[in-house]
Design a protein around this ligand. Structure first.
Ligand code: 5GP
Length: 230
């Protein structure tokens, strides 16, 4: 009756430092078979505990620049430390066309570029409950110098100014709650009218035909019939 687009939803998730994006995304993918996380390429060195092919596909700077030339990336960005990050084009389009929903965990610049290419993308910004909480989480992580912590804070505040460019903001006060909210956003998005390709319903005459014939037959109105039955 109503034909809807079969392609998957494209979902971009960004967020401030220590918002718990990684954990939320991991749970989200675990709970939803139709959801895939697109693995980005990067030229930055692998950190302890990271797995090649899962966290990122780690390649050299030269390989990355070669891929840029070949047009292999849908979008890419260079960090202030001169590391490249890029979203692979081919894999992403194949997943979407096969009906899979795909998550990209990318920065604000990447989100803006994706929005230009896919205006229907869902842009979700994840935040920690408060900046006080972010401070606690950074200090607890204990991996950075005071200068680096201050730098992280400065960029977190800059990022917060970008929230109006997103469609949704999810506060990660509790992982399960945050995952529930993102699932609801994805479900609602699938009902949007711009996913309708065709509306093809039976005509009024077709639907009312039997009723009209019946009415002709004994010449009684519906309310008369109901009164008779009572
Ligand atoms: P990290 O080095 O901490 O893993 O990531 C640094 C930043 O790069 C994060 O904000 C992350 O979201 C972003 N990022 C990761 N992959 C991509 C990508 O493919 N494209 C863009 N534009 N940003 C990315």
């Amino acid at each position: 009756m109503i034909k809807q687009k079969k392609n998957g939803e494209l979902i971009v998730i960004s967020g401030t430092t220590c918002a718990g994006k990684g954990t939320v995304i991991e749970k989200l993918v675990e709970r939803n078979d139709n959801l895939s996380l697109s693995v980005s390429y990067t030229s930055r060195p692998k950190r302890e505990g990271e797995v090649d092919g899962k966290d990122y596909i780690f390649i050299s700077l030269e390989e990355f620049e070669e891929k840029i030339k070949k047009g292999d990336f849908l979008e890419y960005a260079k960090s202030h430390r001169k590391d490249y990050y890029g979203t692979p084009k081919q894999e992403l389009l194949e997943l979407l066309n096969s009906g899979k929903d795909v998550i990209l965990e990318i920065n604000i610049e990447g989100a803006k570029n994706i929005k230009e290419m896919f205006p229907e993308v869902l842009l979700i910004f994840i935040m920690a409950p408060s900046m006080e909480e972010v401070k606690k989480r950074i200090i607890k992580r204990g991996k950075e110098s005071p200068e680096q912590i201050i730098e992280r804070f400065k960029s977190a505040y800059k990022e917060i100014n970008e929230i109006p460019n997103y469609n949704y903001v999810v506060i990660n006060d509790n992982v399960e709650n945050a995952v529930d909210k993102i699932e609801a956003i994805i479900k609602a998005s699938k009902c949007q009218v711009d996913r309708i390709e065709e509306i093809n319903v039976e005509s009024e005459e077709e639907i009312l035909h039997e009723f009209l014939i019946g009415k002709e037959f004994d010449n009684k109105t519906m309310s008369e019939k109901i009164m008779e039955e009572e």
